[in-house]
Design a protein around this ligand. Structure first.
Ligand code: ADP
Length: 258
């Protein structure tokens, strides 16, 4: 049994795989680095599989908080783990667009799945999950409702500010003017997609392209990004777990090499 844990800025994810690489259990806990989230995520997968920590052969930790996790046999970069995890689900994928709670990354893989190049935005909340979380809170909406709201919009409002703080004021003023909420949500998704597309275009996209990270679960952002990039984006409901799955597969591979 191999355990991968991905300790992010906002969430903790775990994946457990068996000796043949089969996915046995997964967990997701809201609460990332510095919280009980990682511990709860680990307990949850162990409980699902009816195992104790001692029965785990090897553990690999990834994510922003990987260095804070005691008991990992390996600490592995997020770029490596998202690459391995994305290939676990989409074996031919060449480009991964990962949008998490506080950063966005574009990773290019070669034909064999090795990382060829990457670009990252970790300087600014715009274009990340944080931006969407702030906007959802202003609109008093659950984060998992933004996608369907955006997709049902007849029109898209334009959110021109690239800064989260200014965009927040812009959304409030649009609400005050009576702009339709669906249109505002669509505009918010467009804004994240536009930021990400700028990053992705700098790397030169090779198909197939997939998304990973929690923001990939937002169908409004996915649709806006497909339009902005002019490519089809592969989607899996496992997207938020690609890092954790990649870490677990990494641990399995290490054990085979031993
Ligand atoms: P991190 O690893 O940095 O903690 P994640 O990859 O887990 O980040 O992504 C977290 C982000 O994903 C949140 O900021 C939120 O915007 C988005 N998100 C989380 N759950 C959902 C959901 N059910 N639907 C849409 N978006 C989601």
């Amino acid at each position: 049994m191999f355990l991968g844990i991905d300790i992010g800025s906002t969430t903790s994810k775990c994946a457990l795989i068996g000796e043949s690489g089969e996915l046995l259990a997964m967990s997701l806990v809201v609460g990332g680095i510095g919280t009980d989230g990682p511990k709860e995520a680990e307990e949850s997968v162990l409980q699902q599989a009816g195992l104790t920590r001692e029965q785990i052969t090897l553990t690999a930790a990834t994510g922003y908080g990987r260095a804070s996790w005691e008991g990992a046999d390996y600490q592995v970069s997020e770029l490596t783990c998202h690459g391995i995890g994305a290939r676990f689900v989409f074996p031919d994928v060449r480009t991964i667009i990962d949008i998490g709670g506080q950063d966005a990354k574009v990773v290019a893989l070669d034909e064999n799945g090795a990382m060829a190049e990457f670009l990252m935005n970790d300087k600014c909340a715009a274009g990340t999950g944080r931006f969407l979380d702030v906007m959802a809170s202003i609109l008093r909406m659950d984060i998992d409702k933004l996608g369907e709201e955006a997709l049902s919009a007849q029109e898209h409002a334009r959110i021109s500010s690239t800064c989260t703080v200014f965009a927040e004021s812009e959304v409030i003023s649009q609400l005050a003017k009576g702009v339709d909420r669906k249109a505002i949500v669509a505009g918010i998704c467009d804004s994240v997609a536009a930021r990400t597309a700028t990053l992705a275009k700098r790397i030169g996209l090779k198909a197939p392209v997939c998304m990973s990270g929690g923001v990939a679960r937002n169908s409004g952002v996915r649709a806006a990004l497909e339009k902005a990039l002019g490519v089809e984006l592969l989607y899996s409901p496992l997207c938020q777990h690609f890092g954790a799955i990649g870490a677990a597969v990494y641990a399995l591979r290490k054990s085979k090499k031993k």
